[in-house]
Design a protein around this ligand. Structure first.
Ligand code: GLN
Length: 537
């Protein structure tokens, strides 16, 4: 069948949950029997998300092929249960870089290189080429930002052109808008949404479908008003009201008949407009009906923006549904521990286990080390991820092996005991973008270890994003004290370590959270949570 393109745009303001809406539409299309791929467009000038602070932009998600991408790619992978590629995240930086390189090579020789047509052609070519490479029936393209942003214009213009070229039956525009509720009257106001659709129309795009985000279900009256003023069919307006878990959004849209409308509008005669979401609904029900509760401490330094650790929170959710346990998160801001605004002992009251979160740089590290010591000494289930493992090793070196001032050279380049050191492959690397050890890499698991028990395999693949490694020269010293290596990289440095002195005290250099899916949770998270359940008995 001819490839179809669905564009999802956003209006009124950002942070509406457009990524979740797009991922939910993707899941519905997949259930209809279509082969779907999803693309996120980020109109910023960075080439990728790798050089951005998680404070600003949320977590940097990592794909199998080593892309440092926007966190929405994570939503798509989790909802669609698929592995996407680096190129599924398009940015202004990537497109311009490519066009400028072509210009320098003389590919446009003689021409004036312009936004239209050169930049817009590059955007269209990339979207089509992704669809072709990934054998998609439908390419779902989410255009980040809000309609009206200057930086988003070339992408919207490319989408407009694509409709002209591919035809009405092969393209669809879905606009996600906010319908705010006025505190004083409790009324749902459609005016900002009307303006946002006008803005879209001004640049030549009439949306076919509206998804209205609001705190409560849209009234018939509000829907009628929206239809009249936005020129969108009444039955193509969907109410995406607030739900407890993002995983409920597909069901909300399914109940209102979104698959049927998409089928009609895109002339998808051969597919079903009924989506069987049974397993998915079972999963969301399990999230809500639990037998037990545990409290998990999350130790990091970007704790004020929860999106910084999004995939870890989602991985915990997936496992919690499987185990039917509710997970309460206790955020521990390491910089506050460091400046003594938080007492490590007090904050651990009632906590069943802790996750030492990934991170970079020295800020908050001493606070994290205090928290790790607390977890180790209390023999609480502990899971260290990437920087988390590295700091578990530093803590062990200092407090058990008595190697004073042991450190990672990332924080103290002149430490007498560089227990965590730069990867050999990183020596001489100066450029910052896309240069870490990135993406899916094999880990060799040692038989007879907890890691082997959990993964049940001698070789596993997890995604990575780091510049530093556990220094293998110290391994004998740790192992003598029961802190053993249970997984090695191909290059021969420790990837997984576990401490025999505790039931579950394990750190991993990789990021297992990126491969956790609602219906197939990451086994390390499940095992960690299981241990938290025992420890809280
Ligand atoms: N800063 C550490 C490194 O580069 C850990 C990175 C991380 O936690 N993702 O190795």
């Amino acid at each position: 069948m001819t490839c179809k393109y669905i564009f999802v745009t956003g209006g009124v303001l950002s942070g509406l949950g457009k990524g979740v809406t797009t991922a939910s539409i993707g899941l519905l299309l997949k259930c209809m029997g279509l082969k779907v791929t999803a693309v996120k467009i980020d109109p910023y000038v960075n080439v990728d998300a790798g050089t951005m602070n998680p404070y600003m932009h949320g977590e940097v998600y990592v794909t199998d092929d080593g892309g440092e991408v926007d966190l929405d790619i994570g939503h798509y992978e989790r909802f669609l249960n698929t592995d996407l590629r680096k190129r599924n995240n398009i940015t202004t930086g990537k497109i311009y870089l490519r066009v400028i390189e072509k210009e320098r090579k003389g590919i446009y020789l003689g021409q004036t290189v312009q936004i239209i047509p050169h930049i817009t052609d590059e955007i269209k070519d990339e979207i089509k080429s992704i669809g072709k490479e990934q054998g998609a029936d439908v390419v779902l393209v989410e255009i980040g930002g809000t309609v009206g942003d200057i930086e988003g214009l070339p992408f919207l213009e490319a989408a407009r052109q694509l409709r002209l070229e591919e035809g009405m039956k092969n393209t669809l525009f879905i606009h996600v808008v906010l319908i705010p509720k006025l505190g004083t009257t409790g009324e749902l106001k459609t005016k900002p949404a009307q303006h946002s659709v006008q803005e879209l129309r001004r640049i030549g795009i009439q949306p076919d479908i509206l998804v209205a985000r609001s705190s409560e279900r849209l009234s018939e009256e509000a829907k009628k008003k929206l239809a009249l003023f936005t020129n969108v069919q009444y039955n193509a307006i969907f109410s995406n009201y607030d739900v407890e878990y993002v995983y409920e959004v597909p069901t909300v849209l399914n109940h209102q008949g979104l698959p049927k409308i998409i089928k009609e509008m895109l002339d998808l005669n051969t597919v079903s407009d009924r989506c069987d979401l049974t397993q998915w609904v079972e999963f969301t029900n399990n999230l809500k009906t639990y037998d037990r509760e545990v409290t998990v401490a999350l130790i990091g330094k970007y704790t004020s923006l929860r999106d910084s650790y999004l995939s870890i929170i989602e991985a915990l959710r997936h496992s919690s549904a499987k185990l039917r346990v509710k997970v309460n998160l206790r955020w521990v801001e390491a910089t506050d521990v460091e400046r003594k605004a938080i007492n490590p002992k007090e904050i651990m009251e009632g906590v069943s286990g802790g996750i030492v979160l990934p991170g970079f740089g020295g800020r908050g590290v001493e606070g994290k080390l205090l928290m790790i010591k607390e977890l180790r000494e209390r023999e609480l289930p502990t899971l260290g991820i990437c920087f988390g493992l590295q700091l578990m090793v530093v803590e062990f070196a200092r407090n058990v092996l008595r190697l004073q001032e042991a450190h990672t050279t990332e924080v103290n380049p002149t430490t007498p005991h560089p227990v965590v050191d730069l990867l050999t492959s990183q020596e001489g690397v100066i450029y910052k973008g896309g240069t870490m050890r990135l993406g899916s890499k094999p880990i060799k698991i040692i038989r007879g270890t907890k890691a082997f028990e959990i993964y049940g395999s001698e070789v596993i693949y997890e995604r990575h994003r780091h510049r530093y490694q556990i220094n293998p020269e110290y391994v004998n010293l740790y192992e003598r004290e029961g802190f053993i290596v249970s997984g090695y990289s191909d290059e021969g440095f420790p990837e997984i370590m576990e401490y025999r002195g505790s039931k579950f005290y394990l750190g991993i250099q990789a990021h297992p959270e990126f491969k956790s899916r609602p219906l197939s949770p990451a086994p390390l998270f499940t095992e960690f949570l299981k241990n938290c359940m025992y420890s809280s008995k």
